[in-house]
Write a protein that binds this ligand. Structure first.
Ligand SMILES: [Ca+2]
Ligand SMILES: [Ca+2]
Length: 114
């Protein structure tokens, strides 16, 4: 995992429901917006929701972009190729980020909920 002070705007933008991961829920919103003309999923701000926005989303798909750290305000982002999910940590008032690499190895970190 990489600790990053800044984060990909494309990755942030593709998280349409704001749950810090780009997944099927966001894809569903994009596809709905594509058919209804809703600009809520216009990721490249060109005035329409279409395949270019879908392409942007798929680049970010499966990646978690992080949560604010309780210490210095840094953000966590998974490495390229990792898939990540957020879930409840066994520690009270913490979230657990679990990243799975292509070879199946996993790595977890717990972050305090703000
Ligand atoms: Ca999301
Ligand atoms: Ca667009």
């Amino acid at each position: 995992m990489i600790r990053a002070a800044a984060i990909s705007l494309a990755l942030l933008a593709a998280d349409l429901n704001g749950d810090q991961i780009v997944d099927g829920a966001d894809l569903s919103r994009l596809l709905t917006a594509w058919t209804t003309g809703d600009l809520g999923a216009d990721l490249n701000s060109d005035g329409t929701t279409d395949g270019r926005d879908l392409s942007t989303m798929l680049i970010s798909y499966g990646r978690a972009w992080g949560r604010a750290d309780t210490g210095d305000g840094g953000l966590w982002i998974t490495e390229p190729g990792e898939r990540a999910t957020w879930g409840q940590s066994p520690f009270a008032d913490h979230w657990r980020l679990t990243a799975t690499r292509a070879d199946g190895r996993t790595q977890s970190i717990d972050e305090a909920i703000q």
